[in-house]
Design a protein. Structure first.
Length: 277
């Protein structure tokens, strides 16, 4: 794989100390190419969000290496932007002001020229149009739906043209119909921006529809169980989710998650108890 954007080697992470010590991630090895859309999926507690946050520099790790653009990750960086499930918008700022906020900070810190500010303003206006926010640009977060707030959060993350967009279950709180709209929107933005995306989700269908590769993680300790190459092209429509090939791969991933997490055993035991009753 050429032009590796993110390289993870023998990553181990622990929480707590002594008898409370938990092995959160074990021996993670993963290469993500520039411009690739990779999704992380697995049962609750498998470490997918922990891995994402560690790549983002928000979590320390015990052993191993994480490199972005060939440089060691030892904390947050402007080349890596995060989008969380909670929208984390500033309630006292409008949509437009929220999106421009990071550039305002940079302007105050680095004494940017008026030309730099003008370019940044044009970038913000373009993102507002791209995300379908023009009609609410002067509104405040409390006046927006959850889907609209998440659009603002994504636009804000993209404002600085990051090399890597890290997304931690960003659509988990949205209803099914809004999620479908956001799926197509994020794929459209991804194809236009050509940003490397690492996307965490608990929804296998979402992982498969969005990603070029699906990384299936297993728990106790968190590790990579398998990686599925998604055989669908870049142009995708919602009807793809109804196709036999899509659903076959979805069933295979779900089966693997059930096996590695113990869910399958729990379901079998529950079925036996139900029959016995």
């Amino acid at each position: 794989m050429n032009d590796i954007k993110i390289r993870v080697r023998q990553l181990d992470k622990y929480y707590g100390k002594d008898e409370r010590r938990v092995h959160a991630l074990a021996g993670i090895n993963l290469d993500i190419a520039a411009g690739e859309f990779v999704t992380l999926v697995g049962a609750s507690g498998c470490g997918k969000s922990t891995l994402l946050r560690t790549i983002g520099g928000l979590e320390e790790y015990a052993d191993g290496d994480i490199l972005c653009n060939g440089r060691m990750v030892d904390g947050p960086g402007a080349e890596r932007a995060m989008v969380f499930q909670s929208y984390s918008l500033y309630p006292w700022l409008t949509v437009s002001e929220n999106i421009r906020f990071s550039r305002r900070l940079q302007h105050n810190r680095d004494n940017l020229t008026s030309s730099d500010v003008e370019i940044a303003s044009g970038r913000a206006d373009a993102l507002i149009r791209l995300m379908g926010l023009s009609h609410v640009a002067a509104s405040y977060p409390a006046e927006l739906s959850g889907g609209m707030q998440q659009r603002v959060a994504i636009a804000r993350a993209l404002m600085g043209r990051p090399d890597v967009l890290l997304m931690d279950e960003p659509f988990g709180a949205l209803d099914a119909q809004t999620r479908e709209v956001m799926h197509d929107l994020i794929r459209h933005v991804y194809l236009l921006e050509k940003t490397t995306v690492v996307f965490v989700t608990h929804d296998v269908e979402e992982a498969l529809y969005l990603g070029q590769r699906v990384v299936v993680m297993a728990p106790r300790p968190g590790r990579i169980d398998s990686i599925v190459d998604v055989p669908f092209g870049t142009e995708r429509e919602q009807d793809l989710k109804l196709s036999p090939e899509f659903n076959q791969i979805k069933r295979q991933i779900l089966e693997r998650i059930r096996e590695t997490s113990g869910i399958k055993t729990d379901l079998e035991q529950l079925a036996r108890l139900t029959r016995a009753a």
